[in-house]
Design a protein around this ligand. Structure first.
Ligand SMILES: [Zn+2]
Length: 300
Protein backbone atom coordinates (compact mmCIF):
# COMPACT_ATOMS: atom_id res chain seq x y z
CA UNK A 1 0.00 0.00 0.00
CA UNK A 2 1.46 3.31 -0.93
CA UNK A 3 -0.03 5.81 1.45
CA UNK A 4 1.02 9.30 0.56
CA UNK A 5 -2.05 11.04 1.90
CA UNK A 6 -2.96 10.53 5.52
CA UNK A 7 -6.12 11.81 7.17
CA UNK A 8 -6.07 12.00 10.97
CA UNK A 9 -9.49 12.43 12.53
CA UNK A 10 -9.48 13.42 16.19
CA UNK A 11 -6.34 14.99 17.64
CA UNK A 12 -6.88 14.53 21.37
CA UNK A 13 -4.49 12.54 23.55
CA UNK A 14 -3.80 9.71 21.10
CA UNK A 15 -4.24 11.60 17.85
CA UNK A 16 -1.93 14.44 18.85
CA UNK A 17 0.73 11.99 20.09
CA UNK A 18 0.51 10.20 16.76
CA UNK A 19 0.87 13.46 14.81
CA UNK A 20 3.81 14.50 16.97
CA UNK A 21 5.63 11.28 16.05
CA UNK A 22 5.21 11.46 12.28
CA UNK A 23 8.54 11.85 10.60
CA UNK A 24 7.59 13.24 7.23
CA UNK A 25 6.43 9.82 5.91
CA UNK A 26 3.44 11.38 4.18
CA UNK A 27 3.32 13.98 1.46
CA UNK A 28 -0.05 15.22 2.63
CA UNK A 29 -1.60 15.13 6.06
CA UNK A 30 -5.19 16.18 6.71
CA UNK A 31 -6.05 17.09 10.30
CA UNK A 32 -9.70 16.86 11.26
CA UNK A 33 -10.96 18.09 14.62
CA UNK A 34 -13.52 20.68 15.71
CA UNK A 35 -12.19 21.02 19.25
CA UNK A 36 -10.21 23.89 20.69
CA UNK A 37 -7.11 23.62 22.89
CA UNK A 38 -7.92 24.07 26.56
CA UNK A 39 -5.63 24.45 29.58
CA UNK A 40 -6.95 21.14 30.95
CA UNK A 41 -5.68 19.36 27.81
CA UNK A 42 -2.05 20.09 28.54
CA UNK A 43 -1.41 17.28 31.04
CA UNK A 44 -2.72 14.50 28.78
CA UNK A 45 -1.88 16.18 25.47
CA UNK A 46 1.63 17.58 25.79
CA UNK A 47 1.64 18.14 22.02
CA UNK A 48 -0.29 21.36 22.74
CA UNK A 49 2.18 22.67 25.32
CA UNK A 50 3.03 26.24 24.51
CA UNK A 51 -0.35 26.97 22.96
CA UNK A 52 -1.89 30.07 24.46
CA UNK A 53 -5.41 29.34 25.66
CA UNK A 54 -6.61 32.84 26.59
CA UNK A 55 -8.19 33.05 23.16
CA UNK A 56 -9.79 29.99 21.48
CA UNK A 57 -7.29 28.14 19.28
CA UNK A 58 -8.45 25.26 17.12
CA UNK A 59 -6.54 22.02 17.71
CA UNK A 60 -6.34 21.36 13.99
CA UNK A 61 -4.96 24.84 13.26
CA UNK A 62 -2.39 24.68 16.06
CA UNK A 63 -1.33 21.13 15.10
CA UNK A 64 -0.82 21.99 11.44
CA UNK A 65 1.19 25.08 12.36
CA UNK A 66 3.41 23.19 14.78
CA UNK A 67 4.05 20.30 12.40
CA UNK A 68 4.77 22.60 9.48
CA UNK A 69 7.74 23.99 11.40
CA UNK A 70 9.48 20.61 11.64
CA UNK A 71 8.24 18.72 8.55
CA UNK A 72 8.54 21.23 5.76
CA UNK A 73 8.16 18.67 2.98
CA UNK A 74 4.65 17.73 4.12
CA UNK A 75 1.54 19.67 3.13
CA UNK A 76 -1.09 20.06 5.84
CA UNK A 77 -4.81 20.52 5.32
CA UNK A 78 -6.92 21.76 8.20
CA UNK A 79 -10.51 20.67 8.79
CA UNK A 80 -11.59 22.68 11.78
CA UNK A 81 -14.85 20.83 12.41
CA UNK A 82 -16.25 17.56 13.68
CA UNK A 83 -16.57 14.78 11.15
CA UNK A 84 -20.10 14.10 9.82
CA UNK A 85 -21.62 12.30 6.84
CA UNK A 86 -21.24 15.55 4.88
CA UNK A 87 -17.48 14.95 5.00
CA UNK A 88 -17.37 11.61 3.18
CA UNK A 89 -15.87 13.33 0.16
CA UNK A 90 -12.86 14.24 2.30
CA UNK A 91 -12.19 10.55 2.96
CA UNK A 92 -12.20 9.97 -0.78
CA UNK A 93 -9.19 12.28 -1.10
CA UNK A 94 -6.90 10.26 1.20
CA UNK A 95 -5.02 6.93 1.06
CA UNK A 96 -5.19 6.05 4.74
CA UNK A 97 -7.54 7.17 7.51
CA UNK A 98 -6.50 7.22 11.17
CA UNK A 99 -9.48 7.56 13.47
CA UNK A 100 -8.54 8.66 16.98
CA UNK A 101 -11.96 10.05 17.88
CA UNK A 102 -12.67 7.27 20.39
CA UNK A 103 -16.35 8.10 20.37
CA UNK A 104 -18.61 5.42 19.04
CA UNK A 105 -21.01 7.67 17.14
CA UNK A 106 -18.24 9.48 15.28
CA UNK A 107 -16.48 6.20 14.70
CA UNK A 108 -19.55 4.70 13.05
CA UNK A 109 -19.76 7.64 10.66
CA UNK A 110 -16.06 7.47 9.82
CA UNK A 111 -16.32 3.71 9.32
CA UNK A 112 -19.20 4.22 6.94
CA UNK A 113 -17.16 6.63 4.85
CA UNK A 114 -14.15 4.27 4.78
CA UNK A 115 -16.34 1.37 3.66
CA UNK A 116 -18.04 3.52 1.06
CA UNK A 117 -14.74 4.37 -0.61
CA UNK A 118 -12.88 1.17 0.35
CA UNK A 119 -10.24 3.20 2.23
CA UNK A 120 -7.90 1.43 4.63
CA UNK A 121 -8.14 2.74 8.16
CA UNK A 122 -7.04 2.30 11.73
CA UNK A 123 -9.53 2.83 14.55
CA UNK A 124 -7.62 3.54 17.75
CA UNK A 125 -8.84 3.85 21.30
CA UNK A 126 -7.40 3.65 24.75
CA UNK A 127 -8.80 3.08 28.22
CA UNK A 128 -7.10 2.63 31.57
CA UNK A 129 -6.13 -0.97 30.76
CA UNK A 130 -5.25 -1.20 27.12
CA UNK A 131 -4.81 0.41 23.78
CA UNK A 132 -6.73 -1.13 20.92
CA UNK A 133 -6.11 -0.69 17.22
CA UNK A 134 -8.38 -2.14 14.61
CA UNK A 135 -7.03 -2.25 11.07
CA UNK A 136 -9.66 -2.14 8.38
CA UNK A 137 -9.04 -2.81 4.73
CA UNK A 138 -11.51 -3.15 1.89
CA UNK A 139 -13.30 -6.51 1.98
CA UNK A 140 -12.45 -7.19 5.62
CA UNK A 141 -14.72 -6.77 8.64
CA UNK A 142 -15.53 -3.10 9.18
CA UNK A 143 -15.83 -1.42 12.55
CA UNK A 144 -19.60 -1.88 12.44
CA UNK A 145 -19.09 -5.67 12.19
CA UNK A 146 -17.36 -5.45 15.57
CA UNK A 147 -20.10 -3.29 17.05
CA UNK A 148 -22.82 -5.67 15.87
CA UNK A 149 -21.24 -8.50 17.81
CA UNK A 150 -20.43 -6.46 20.85
CA UNK A 151 -23.59 -4.43 21.44
CA UNK A 152 -23.43 -3.01 24.93
CA UNK A 153 -20.01 -4.46 25.60
CA UNK A 154 -17.90 -1.77 24.00
CA UNK A 155 -16.96 1.05 26.29
CA UNK A 156 -16.29 4.50 25.02
CA UNK A 157 -12.74 5.72 25.49
CA UNK A 158 -11.72 6.86 28.91
CA UNK A 159 -12.74 10.47 29.45
CA UNK A 160 -10.77 10.53 32.66
CA UNK A 161 -7.33 9.87 31.19
CA UNK A 162 -4.93 11.08 33.82
CA UNK A 163 -1.72 11.08 31.87
CA UNK A 164 -0.50 11.33 28.33
CA UNK A 165 -0.03 8.05 26.45
CA UNK A 166 3.37 6.61 27.43
CA UNK A 167 6.25 6.53 24.93
CA UNK A 168 5.80 2.72 24.76
CA UNK A 169 2.15 3.17 23.83
CA UNK A 170 2.96 5.72 21.15
CA UNK A 171 5.81 3.59 19.77
CA UNK A 172 3.43 0.66 19.61
CA UNK A 173 0.96 2.68 17.52
CA UNK A 174 3.66 3.97 15.17
CA UNK A 175 5.06 0.46 14.72
CA UNK A 176 1.71 -1.24 14.06
CA UNK A 177 0.54 1.47 11.67
CA UNK A 178 3.81 1.28 9.78
CA UNK A 179 3.51 -2.53 9.47
CA UNK A 180 -0.01 -2.15 8.13
CA UNK A 181 1.07 0.45 5.59
CA UNK A 182 3.92 -1.79 4.48
CA UNK A 183 1.41 -4.57 3.78
CA UNK A 184 2.69 -6.76 6.60
CA UNK A 185 -0.88 -6.91 7.87
CA UNK A 186 -3.80 -7.50 5.49
CA UNK A 187 -6.35 -5.86 7.74
CA UNK A 188 -9.16 -7.41 9.73
CA UNK A 189 -6.95 -7.58 12.82
CA UNK A 190 -7.66 -6.12 16.24
CA UNK A 191 -4.38 -5.51 18.02
CA UNK A 192 -4.32 -4.87 21.76
CA UNK A 193 -1.48 -3.47 23.84
CA UNK A 194 -1.70 -3.98 27.58
CA UNK A 195 -0.81 -0.85 29.52
CA UNK A 196 0.07 -3.04 32.53
CA UNK A 197 2.58 -5.45 31.11
CA UNK A 198 3.20 -4.32 27.53
CA UNK A 199 1.83 -7.57 26.09
CA UNK A 200 0.54 -7.60 22.55
CA UNK A 201 -2.58 -9.55 21.68
CA UNK A 202 -4.04 -9.94 18.24
CA UNK A 203 -7.41 -11.23 17.12
CA UNK A 204 -8.74 -11.67 13.62
CA UNK A 205 -12.25 -10.25 13.25
CA UNK A 206 -14.60 -12.10 10.93
CA UNK A 207 -16.77 -10.08 8.63
CA UNK A 208 -20.42 -10.08 9.69
CA UNK A 209 -22.55 -11.24 6.74
CA UNK A 210 -25.46 -9.13 7.96
CA UNK A 211 -23.48 -5.93 8.48
CA UNK A 212 -25.44 -2.90 7.25
CA UNK A 213 -22.26 -1.11 6.23
CA UNK A 214 -19.93 -3.58 4.60
CA UNK A 215 -21.93 -6.64 3.61
CA UNK A 216 -25.28 -5.64 2.16
CA UNK A 217 -23.78 -2.52 0.68
CA UNK A 218 -20.93 -4.22 -1.13
CA UNK A 219 -23.02 -6.91 -2.80
CA UNK A 220 -22.53 -7.00 -6.48
CA UNK A 221 -25.71 -8.46 -7.88
CA UNK A 222 -24.35 -9.27 -11.31
CA UNK A 223 -21.38 -11.29 -10.11
CA UNK A 224 -22.63 -13.25 -7.19
CA UNK A 225 -26.15 -14.22 -8.08
CA UNK A 226 -27.99 -17.05 -9.67
CA UNK A 227 -31.06 -15.83 -11.53
CA UNK A 228 -33.78 -18.15 -12.81
CA UNK A 229 -37.05 -17.18 -14.41
CA UNK A 230 -39.67 -19.89 -13.96
CA UNK A 231 -43.43 -20.30 -13.87
CA UNK A 232 -43.60 -19.33 -10.21
CA UNK A 233 -41.67 -16.11 -10.83
CA UNK A 234 -38.07 -14.94 -10.79
CA UNK A 235 -35.70 -16.64 -8.40
CA UNK A 236 -32.50 -14.94 -7.37
CA UNK A 237 -29.98 -16.62 -5.09
CA UNK A 238 -27.28 -14.59 -3.45
CA UNK A 239 -25.71 -17.56 -1.67
CA UNK A 240 -25.28 -15.68 1.53
CA UNK A 241 -27.04 -15.14 4.83
CA UNK A 242 -29.17 -12.04 5.07
CA UNK A 243 -30.33 -10.06 8.05
CA UNK A 244 -34.09 -10.18 7.46
CA UNK A 245 -34.81 -7.87 10.39
CA UNK A 246 -32.81 -5.19 8.66
CA UNK A 247 -34.52 -5.74 5.31
CA UNK A 248 -37.92 -5.69 7.00
CA UNK A 249 -37.24 -2.13 8.15
CA UNK A 250 -36.65 -1.16 4.53
CA UNK A 251 -39.91 -2.53 3.16
CA UNK A 252 -43.06 -0.94 4.50
CA UNK A 253 -45.76 -3.53 5.35
CA UNK A 254 -43.54 -6.55 4.86
CA UNK A 255 -44.01 -9.47 7.25
CA UNK A 256 -41.46 -11.66 8.91
CA UNK A 257 -42.59 -15.29 9.12
CA UNK A 258 -40.06 -17.74 10.53
CA UNK A 259 -36.98 -17.41 8.33
CA UNK A 260 -38.83 -15.60 5.52
CA UNK A 261 -39.71 -12.03 4.77
CA UNK A 262 -42.94 -11.69 2.77
CA UNK A 263 -44.40 -8.75 0.92
CA UNK A 264 -47.51 -8.52 -1.23
CA UNK A 265 -49.15 -5.64 -3.05
CA UNK A 266 -51.80 -6.33 -5.70
CA UNK A 267 -50.42 -8.92 -8.09
CA UNK A 268 -46.84 -8.26 -7.08
CA UNK A 269 -45.21 -10.12 -4.24
CA UNK A 270 -41.85 -11.28 -3.09
CA UNK A 271 -40.43 -13.71 -0.62
CA UNK A 272 -36.91 -13.51 0.83
CA UNK A 273 -35.26 -16.27 2.83
CA UNK A 274 -32.58 -15.76 5.44
CA UNK A 275 -30.28 -17.86 3.25
CA UNK A 276 -30.33 -15.23 0.53
CA UNK A 277 -32.98 -16.64 -1.83
CA UNK A 278 -35.48 -14.27 -3.40
CA UNK A 279 -38.66 -15.15 -5.24
CA UNK A 280 -40.33 -12.30 -7.10
CA UNK A 281 -43.83 -12.84 -8.49
CA UNK A 282 -45.47 -10.39 -10.91
CA UNK A 283 -42.19 -8.52 -11.57
CA UNK A 284 -40.25 -8.27 -14.82
CA UNK A 285 -36.58 -9.20 -14.58
CA UNK A 286 -35.34 -5.56 -14.68
CA UNK A 287 -37.95 -4.63 -12.03
CA UNK A 288 -36.84 -7.49 -9.83
CA UNK A 289 -33.17 -6.55 -10.18
CA UNK A 290 -33.87 -2.92 -9.46
CA UNK A 291 -35.90 -3.80 -6.38
CA UNK A 292 -33.18 -6.14 -5.20
CA UNK A 293 -30.47 -3.54 -5.49
CA UNK A 294 -32.58 -0.93 -3.72
CA UNK A 295 -33.20 -3.42 -0.90
CA UNK A 296 -29.53 -4.21 -0.50
CA UNK A 297 -28.13 -0.75 -0.88
CA UNK A 298 -27.02 0.86 2.34
CA UNK A 299 -29.33 3.72 3.21
CA UNK A 300 -27.67 7.12 3.17
ZN1 LIG B 1 -19.14 -4.46 8.55
Amino acid sequence: MEAKKLLVIGVGALGSAFLGNLRGQFENVGIFDGDIVSAENMSTQPFYNGCKTDIPVSKAVFAAGKLAQSNKQTNYTIYNKYFTEDDFDVIKEYDFIADFTDNIKSRQVINKGCVKYGKPAVFASINDRELSLYFYSNGKACFNCILRKATGKIKEGCESMLSAPSPDTVNFIMHEVSNFLQDKDDGGNMVLFSLFNGRRLEAYIKKDAGCEECSLHSLDIEDSTLIQACSSGIKISLHRKLDLGLLKNRVVSSKLIDDYLMYREGRKSFLISGDGDFLFTGYSLPEAKELLSSLLKSKP
